[in-house]
Design a protein around this ligand. Structure first.
Ligand code: G3H
Ligand code: 13P
Ligand code: ZN
Length: 284
């Protein structure tokens, strides 16, 4: 199957009340793990690459690996740019065959975020390419933000309605209490806010920073209306821990296949578990 636009997967998820997992890739083994997990679970899947991943692997490799993976796969796969921060980055991905791009204008003022998002959508939409945007600030767990400051960074439901109407985006990332990276404690999601957003916005919603969020909380967010869940950190942890274990058992091991093979298997298992939590098993 060739790569599909992410929008198709999200609309089906929204209708079916499950979420599609969007998993970050940085190398061949992680692409293979994502596909192996999605196939084992008979689930649609989004493979996403950040600017960091693109810089590390090269855009041509990311695209070639993912296209090959999708062509040989029995499940639908979308290739998505994660947290694109400029029009040019998004266009580079469009030219290279991505079927979806995120333009993350969340650090800009509302009207500037709208203008930037619209500019990307005006080019991407006629080409059938999905556009995700972000409203509110999701940030990272390493950001030094005090608890009382968090609320001001969360997505405002009225602004979300205005933003969706103005930009006509296909997916909207919302800030409701998650953050990227490893959590120090247990994150608390603002479900009441999510409910208010869902009541005003029909655009499929995206939960970023979902590694380390308890499964029940993820499932509650999906039940309210989240249609895409992003996972990176939990894959990194499983991948590197498995590689570390091989090297701890034999510090003299020099065969990369013996280090990265178990890492790929561990990543596959984590992704399968996430897919089951998101309820997309059997939806391909
Ligand atoms: O949302 C961020 C993702 O975890 C990607 O992280 O920029 O280190 O590749 P990265
Ligand atoms: P985590 O690394 O916290 O899972 O976040 C992933 C993400 O949101 C990618 O956009
Ligand atoms: Zn993110």
């Amino acid at each position: 199957m060739s790569l599909v636009p992410m929008k198709e997967l999200l609309l089906a998820a929204q209708k079916g009340r499950y979420a599609v997992g969007a998993f970050n890739c940085n190398n061949m083994e992680i692409v293979q793990a994502i596909i192996a997990a999605a196939e084992a679970e008979k689930s649609p899947v989004v493979i996403q690459a950040s600017q960091g991943a693109i810089k590390y692997a090269g855009i041509a490799y990311i695209t070639a690996l993912t296209k090959l993976a999708a062509e040989n796969s029995s499940v639908p796969v979308a290739l998505h740019l994660d947290h694109g921060t400029s029009f040019e980055q998004c266009m580079s991905c469009v030219r290279n065959g991505f079927t979806s791009v995120m333009i993350d204008g969340s650090k800009h003022a509302l009207e500037d975020n709208i203008a930037l998002t619209k500019k990307v959508a005006e080019v991407a939409h006629p080409l059938g390419i999905t556009v995700e945007a972000e409203l509110g600030k999701i940030g990272g767990t390493e950001d030094d933000i005090k608890v009382e400051e968090w609320d001001a960074l969360f997505t405002d439901p009225d602004e979300a309605a205005y933003f969706s109407r103005e930009t006509q985006v296909d997916a909207l990332a919302v800030a409701i209490g998650t953050a990227h990276g490893q959590y120090k404690g247990v994150p608390k999601l603002d479900f009441a806010r999510l409910q208010k957003i869902v009541a005003k916005v029909s655009t499929p919603l995206v939960l970023h920073g979902s590694s380390g969020v308890p499964s029940e909380a993820i499932q509650e967010a999906i039940a309210i209306g989240v249609a895409k869940v992003n996972i990176d950190t939990n894959i990194r942890e499983a991948f590197v821990e498995a590689a570390r274990k091989v090297l701890a058992a034999d510090a003299k091991e020099i065969d990369p296949r013996k280090v990265l093979g178990p890492a790929r298997e561990a990543a596959t298992e984590v992704i399968r578990e996430k897919i089951r939590v998101f309820g997309s098993s059997g939806k391909a």
